[in-house]
Ligand binder design. Structure first.
Ligand SMILES: [Zn+2]
Length: 332
């Protein structure tokens, strides 16, 4: 561009507000649209529970009794939500999380029930051990730390339980090294070549998970800092996702969401794979409680937060707001 043209492009000739004048202009110029098709709804399923149990730290979210899972999945499907992510709340915990490795355990039962309830809904299984171990860590403990490779052996078992139960997508969340290559190999070896793996590829040891602990009934003492990432590490965040792509992940993920949009944008520039973001329990609760206190407009802030994820590069969004978004979409 010649210097003359550059001069002409400047104020008062150039006025960016021209394209913001009316709702129709703004709609035409809109760069980022969130739709219900982008959203994944997490469901907490508790065995031996009689009625839905409200999660006090997450207003509007309940632990669903296993006996009520069929009705809940049908309700979610009727809202137009296309995908759910299942978390088991176990009453049969032990040192290894053995219940999750049995075909008749909670993981297998949840997946079968959800698929039967609404065959068209995508059922994603979060595969990890923290909801099934009595110590609350994401794997087997040796010498006071989670043993990476021993955990992978068990993760194969849990993954195959979910696969045999008919799961649509496997989502390993434990941040063990070598998870994706190990699970891809195991799935392919058993004929599940069409089962995609959504990697929790870049997952931080975040204080924003606080309300989830109540929701999932985890009994963790201490922290997960030897396997989840430290919040200040941007380059390492990229490295983790690049590594999972190389191991064969089908979908990558950043977790949490709002405090890590820079990481999301970094990974978007480095991969052609679909990218998911997890708007975690603490992000949800902050918006809910601020809305209840009258400090924020909950619906507007929810929409803005989801839009920000897509703008930063997410294709899929895991969010506890999915039913709320669906209801607002139906009204609109
Ligand atoms: Zn875990």
């Amino acid at each position: 561009m010649s210097p003359g043209n550059e001069d002409k492009a400047m104020f008062p000739t150039k006025r960016l507000r021209r394209l913001r004048r009316t709702p129709a202009l703004r709609a035409l110029m809109n760069e980022t649209q969130v739709t219900l098709d982008d959203l994944i709804y997490p469901i907490f399923v508790e065995e031996e529970l009689d009625a839905p149990a409200p999660i006090e730290s997450m207003p509007g979210v309940f632990r669903i009794p296993e006996s009520g899972l069929t009705a809940e999945v049908q309700r979610i499907a009727d809202l137009g939500i296309r995908a759910i992510l299942l978390f088991g709340v176990s009453r049969h915990k032990d040192a290894t999380g053995s219940d999750s490795m049995k075909d008749e355990g909670l993981v297998g039962r949840m997946v079968r029930t959800a698929k039967d309830a609404a065959p068209d809904i995508l059922v994603i299984a979060d595969v990890c051990f923290c909801e099934f171990t009595d110590h609350g860590h994401c794997g087997v403990i040796h010498d006071g730390d989670v043993d990476n490779d021993a955990t992978l052996d068990n993760l194969i078992e849990q993954t195959l339980v979910a696969a045999r139960a008919g799961v649509d997508i496997i989502a390993p969340s434990g941040m063990m090294d070598g998870t994706i290559a190990t699970l891809r190999d195991a799935l392919d070896g058993e004929g599940f070549t069409n089962t995609p793996i959504m990697a929790y590829s870049t997952k931080f040891a975040s204080a924003f998970y606080g309300p989830f602990r109540e929701a999932a009934g985890t009994t963790l003492k201490g922290d997960r800092k030897t396997y989840q990432m430290q919040p200040g590490n941007r380059r390492e965040g990229l490295l983790e996702s690049i590594e999972d792509e190389a191991e064969g992940a089908d979908i990558l993920m950043v977790k949490p969401g709002m405090p890590y949009l820079d990481i999301l944008a970094d990974i978007r520039r480095e991969t052609l794979l679909p990218l998911c973001v997890y708007q975690v329990s603490g992000e949800y609760s902050m918006i809910k409680f601020a809305g209840q206190a009258g400090a924020l407009d909950e619906d507007a802030v929810m929409l803005e937060s989801l839009t920000a994820f897509k703008r930063a590069g997410a294709d899929l969004i895991i969010t506890y707001f999915a039913p709320k978004f669906a209801e607002l979409s139906q009204k609109a």
